[in-house]
Ligand binder design. Structure first.
Ligand SMILES: [Zn+2]
Length: 497
């Protein structure tokens, strides 16, 4: 059972803001006022056309190939299958990182490499930050130098709410400030307990409470709802466990990932996959519930977007979990757009980038997509599926530590810049990415390497920018220490050792 001890805080009440952040906000406020004046003075502004609501659902750690509409044989996703059959599916959608922080930083800002400040406090700060620094861990603080699409939406009158449930999105992470009304939800369990994150039932209830009680019912909204259930530990509700889990086995996640244990037995692995699948079915049912409730509750059209931040590995490449590699099972994610009557039924087989979702939302809202965003709207592909897509939009880039990947319609190329090793898969013949062709197709390597190189440079520039800002950041004081609950949750999920 889930206790009701939900912590709900907004950044504005969290007790800290560096001068840097305050300055950025202030600039946006001026921009907001200027834009509102402009809107009021224009009689035919796009804002006078009815703007849709957006319900953006992200299921953490959901790999695309475990969903029915992507060909999975088990009934994990009856509702998502329904949505896919009546909406738009981007069959080759990629996230930009195989861990939550990096992936959602790109997704929620529509910037490929938003500035992230690594906060590694000195001795004086060590005491203030307490247990989080015992092994020299750093905190990541998102600090994009350009407005995110969420902030642009808010400037055009949208209420933006994020039900933030991943511990990476804690009140000091920089994520809550992307939203006009962030709701940071952590369960507050101690390490060692089975569920280090808030259960999806509570996530849905929180969203539904917000929906029923929101203050400005006339304003359009974007609500971002982040479900964690599919993330390890896989602990589905009993009824779903009875349906999906038929093999007895042990949970070997921690043992394999962190304790040097050997690979799981066949039964152990099957048991883990079955429990993972049951969690997908759980979140599928929750998405049905909140989507239907939203449609019933709102007169205004609601566009639903469902995706994930990264996938999950089950020994596909010799490991478990996520965040070690950029193989297909970790960055190929679902991406569905659904509206009751706006879109045609469409399966787009081409590569789509998660940074493209933000500009698509802006265009659907009648807002000119900003040149400051790295993504491009996908709407033209929906409205005219025969239209030629520029080649540069069909190459998705991901990064994790020294790894970079480039995914095109034909190839999935991974480069390890530290060891100088490369991997290459044929996306057409080997969609799961299991047969490395780097030796056989050496003629393709240079071409893909040359396409990837500018992105590696951009990433390094973003890292340098983060380091420079870090100096300002440290000069203005560090945030207050994260709560013990946050630290415990980050540890329990494997984000901190
Ligand atoms: Zn995640």
């Amino acid at each position: 059972m889930i206790n009701s001890g939900v912590v709900s805080k907004s950044l504005s009440s969290a007790g800290w803001k560096s001068q840097f952040f305050s300055g950025r906000r202030l600039r946006y406020c001026f921009l907001l006022v200027a834009l509102q004046v402009l809107v009021l003075s224009c009689s035919a502004s796009p804002e006078q056309v009815e703007q849709p609501n957006f319900l953006v659902v992200l299921v953490d750690a959901l790999r695309a190939d475990h969903l029915g509409f992507h060909g999975y044989s088990k009934p994990t996703s009856p509702y998502l299958d329904e949505l896919a059959a009546g909406g738009v599916v981007f069959d080759q959608a990629y996230s930009h990182c195989s861990k939550t922080y990096g992936s959602t930083a790109s997704f929620l800002t529509s910037q490929l490499f938003p500035t992230i400040i690594r906060v590694e406090p000195d001795e004086e700060d060590r005491e203030r930050l307490g247990s989080i620094l015992k092994k020299k861990q750093a905190l990541n603080v998102l600090s994009p130098s350009r407005p995110s699409f969420l902030e642009i939406l808010a400037e055009h009158g949208y209420s933006t709410t994020g039900v933030l449930t991943n511990p990476n999105h804690h009140q000091y992470s920089g994520f809550p400030s992307l939203f006009t009304k962030p709701i940071v939800l952590f369960e507050g369990r101690t390490p060692g307990e089975r569920e280090p994150y808030v259960n999806g039932r509570t996530v849905s209830d929180t969203y539904l409470d917000w929906l029923a009680g929101r203050e400005d019912k006339e304003a359009p909204f974007l609500a971002y709802v982040h479900y964690m259930d599919v993330h390890w530990p896989y602990d589905p509700p009993q009824e779903l466990a009875r349906r999906f889990v038929t093999t007895k086995g042990k949970d070997r996640y921690i043992s394999v990932l962190y304790r040097g244990g050997g690979p799981p037995s066949g039964n152990d692995l099957e048991n883990m996959v079955q429990r993972y699948d049951a969690e997908i079915a759980f979140d599928d049912s929750l998405i049905r519930e909140i989507h239907e409730a939203t449609l019933n509750h709102c007169n205004r059209e609601t566009i639903l977007i469902v995706t994930s931040d990264h996938g999950e590995e089950f020994m596909d490449h010799g490991g478990l979990g996520h965040g070690r590699t950029l193989e297909k099972e970790l960055i190929h994610v679902p991406l569905i757009l659904h509206s009751t009557d706006r879109f045609p039924v469409l399966r787009d087989p081409n590569v789509a980038r998660q940074i493209d979702v933000g500009p698509t939302i802006l265009e659907l809202a009648g807002i000119e997509p900003s040149g400051e965003l790295d993504g491009q709207s996908l709407l033209f592909r929906i409205e005219d599926s025969s239209k030629q897509i520029p080649e540069e939009l069909l190459a998705s880039v991901a990064r994790f530590r020294s790894l970079f990947s480039l995914s095109t319609p034909d190839w999935h190329f991974i480069s390890d810049t530290k060891s100088d090793s490369v991997t290459l898969y044929d996306n057409q013949l080997d969609p799961a990415g299991l047969n490395d062709l780097a030796l056989e197709k050496s003629n393709k390597l240079q071409e893909l390497h040359d396409r990837l190189l500018p992105f590696v440079t951009l990433h390094h520039q973003a890292v340098l920018r983060g380091r420079q800002l870090r100096e300002n950041y440290l000069a203005n004081g560090l945030p207050d220490a994260p709560t013990d609950e946050t630290v415990a949750q980050l540890r329990a999920l494997g984000y901190l050792q």
